[in-house]
Write a protein that binds this ligand. Structure first.
Ligand code: AMP
Ligand code: MN
Ligand code: MN
Ligand code: MN
Length: 290
């Protein structure tokens, strides 16, 4: 059966592979459709689209936006976005600026804690990344010898609650959803089970985000157990949401989730892609006639 993956990262954010390398791997793994959903940037989409076309893989332009909902960090995927949309471009500029401010504050606090990462090291680790994330900080800390693994770096320095952790300028979930919709994308709540909420709390969250314009739920995800996947699909149905799914692949040794296969059990069927595409086309039709 053919599979797809609608949640992946490239080296334009904190993934390890370039867009071209990602598509080569997708072809090797026989994926029929793939989305690139980098954190707060669309810089990898053009090259991804071209490479996907060469391999005959259906390409979905996407983004993953970190946002705040009731002081909680949630992630929104925007699928089928128009990457050249002016309002999206403006919003991305602001998000990247707030990342830069946050990153220099975090370098300062790390130095105060005796962990010296110079900007050059961070830039070297980040390579061509447009969005520099805590994942890059973790790699730079390991590279500098202060920690033995990126997991340890998160544990000691980078997770919320640590004095060296700095939260980023807040984008509300409602604003993130609005920007995605302005760019003709489908806003989808990413990895709903990673917010430390029980299923009924996730249900509440989803219901109130639907009022803000949410259109989809990531039901298939690396690490979801079968019954969780099915419960989330029911939740999507109840709220008349599209169903999405992907691995959250970052490449290399980032955290082991494989492209298309997650931790081994993930299988996102092609029908998930065709239904989303159909939904996107119905949106375009509404636009054109309204
Ligand atoms: P940021 O958007 O800058 O806050 O960085 C978040 C990124 O760091 C995520 O997208 C993950 O790739 C990575 N990350 C967050 N928490 C962890 C963790 N506990 N272990 C490993 N990677 C993490
Ligand atoms: Mn990441
Ligand atoms: Mn995420
Ligand atoms: Mn992700």
């Amino acid at each position: 059966m053919s599979r797809i993956d609608l949640h992946t990262h490239t080296s334009s954010s904190d993934g390890v592979l370039t867009s071209g390398e990602l598509m080569a791997l997708a072809a090797k793994k026989d994926l029929r459709a793939i989305a690139i959903t980098d954190h707060d940037t669309v810089a990898g989409l053009e090259a991804g689209e071209q490479a996907a076309a060469e391999y005959g893989i259906e390409f979905v332009p996407g983004i993953e936006i970190s946002a705040l909902y009731n002081k909680k960090e949630v992630h929104l995927l925007g699928l089928f976005i128009d990457r050249t949309n002016d309002r999206l471009t403006d919003a991305i500029r602001n998000w990247l600026m707030s990342r830069r401010e946050r990153n220099s504050e975090m370098l300062q606090r790390l130095a105060d804690a005796g962990v010296y990462i110079d900007t050059e090291r961070l830039m070297r680790v980040a390579g061509a990344a447009e969005a520099i994330t805590r994942a890059h900080f973790a790699r730079a800390i390991v590279d500098g010898g202060s920690c033995g693994s990126t997991g340890e770096a998160f544990e000691k320095y980078l997770q919320p609650g640590r004095p060296t952790y700095v939260a980023r300028g807040a984008v509300s979930a409602a604003d993130a959803i609005a920007v995605i919709r302005q760019a003709n994308g489908i806003p989808i709540l990413a990895h709903p089970l990673r917010y430390k909420l029980d299923l009924s709390q996730v249900g509440q969250l989803v219901k109130s985000m639907v009022a803000d314009g949410l259109m989809g739920l990531e039901c298939y995800y690396s690490g979801h157990r079968f019954h969780e996947q099915e419960q989330l699909k029911k939740m999507a149905e109840k709220n008349r949401l599209c169903i999405s799914g992907g691995s959250d692949f970052h490449g290399g040794s980032h955290d082991g989730a494989g492209l298309g296969t997650g931790y081994g059990r993930l299988h996102v069927p092609y029908s998930v892609y065709s239904e989303l595409k159909h939904f996107k086309q119905s949106l375009a039709f509404e636009d054109g006639s309204g």
